[in-house]
Design a protein around this ligand. Structure first.
Ligand SMILES: [Zn+2]
Length: 301
């Protein structure tokens, strides 16, 4: 099954559900960052959560989820947009902890205690920022807490990443069900009951359950309609040209200092782990062009 997300609403519009399969996306993130299993699960859950919340955005808007805990992972960051493009990283990709007593990857302990930050850039002058203390560090519960506390939207959030002994991602995905204002109280309790009997996301996805079927399982007797659907993929916005602009902003003196120390300039993108190398010739060309006043500049005044 290819990675994709859907957004559904019930007939009366009071319940909204987003579901996604992100197996290939999370595997791509694992390969790029070389994450060990516990770190893969944390990053995969964050990417999936950001992707699901991004499904409610409009073109040009972005969401950034940052989990800052005191555990060995040292921070997880994921961003997404309205078309399912996600990217992100963990501070310490090598983190792998013993499994929990129930045999699960111990994301909660790897994250530790701390804060979940969400920044919504809706294209307004100032981005919206909200943060909540982490509930468990398991990420799904933390996102649910953020949605209730910051947006007053009672939500069921389920995120899962299944990692094989070979460290490859076997299944990843998630589900968010949100009760919008105006819903009856019994709707909330019905959905909470459904959530308790819902199979784990990873077992649904490894069993071939589609996002549509996941939403069906979560909503039970409530009928809903898919209003939007799109691909999910890991893709970064970095490019050699953007890196050149950053280097130019450092200035000639600084660039010469780096060259003198390291013999070349190497820039690594945090989000996708891409490496950009500039040897002495590249840097001198950049400096010459900078002096001419047109390097890397796409705007004219
Ligand atoms: Zn990048």
């Amino acid at each position: 099954m290819e990675d994709y997300w859907i957004r559904s609403v019930t007939e009366d519009g009071t319940v909204r559900a987003m579901a996604a399969v992100t197996t290939a996306t999370v595997e791509q993130a694992r390969r790029r960052h070389g994450t060990a299993p516990t770190a893969t699960a944390a990053l995969g859950r964050a990417l999936t959560g950001a992707g699901l919340l991004g499904a409610a955005l409009r073109a040009g808007q972005t969401i950034l989820v940052r989990i800052q805990g005191d555990g060995p992972l040292g921070g997880v960051l994921a961003t997404s947009d309205a078309v399912g493009t996600v990217r992100g990283y963990v501070a310490n990709p090598e983190v792998h902890l013993p499994l929990t007593s129930s045999g699960k990857l111990d994301v909660g302990r790897a994250v530790g205690r701390g804060t979940l930050h969400v920044t919504l850039d809706l294209g307004l002058r100032v981005p919206y920022h909200g943060s909540v203390p982490l509930v468990s560090g398991e990420i799904a519960e933390d996102l649910a807490s953020y949605l209730v506390v910051s947006h007053q939207i009672p939500s069921v959030v389920a995120l899962g990443v299944l990692v094989a002994p070979t460290e490859q991602v076997m299944a990843a995905g998630g589900l968010i069900v949100q009760v919008m204002p105006g819903a009856e109280e019994r709707v909330v309790s019905y959905l909470e009951q459904r959530a308790k009997v819902l199979p784990a996301v990873t077992s649904m996805i490894s069993g071939g359950t589609t996002p549509e079927e996941m939403v069906g399982a979560a909503l039970g007797e409530m009928s809903s309609q898919v209003v939007e659907r799109g691909a999910v993929r890991f893709r970064c916005r970095c490019s050699r040209r953007k890196v050149q602009r950053v280097l130019i902003s450092l200035g000639e003196t600084e660039l010469h200092e780096i060259l003198a120390e390291q013999g070349r300039v190497e820039v690594r993108c945090n989000f996708c782990a891409a490496r950009y190398l500039f040897d002495e010739d590249d840097v001198e060309t950049l400096i010459l062009a900078m002096k001419d006043g047109h390097a890397g500049s796409t705007t004219r005044h």
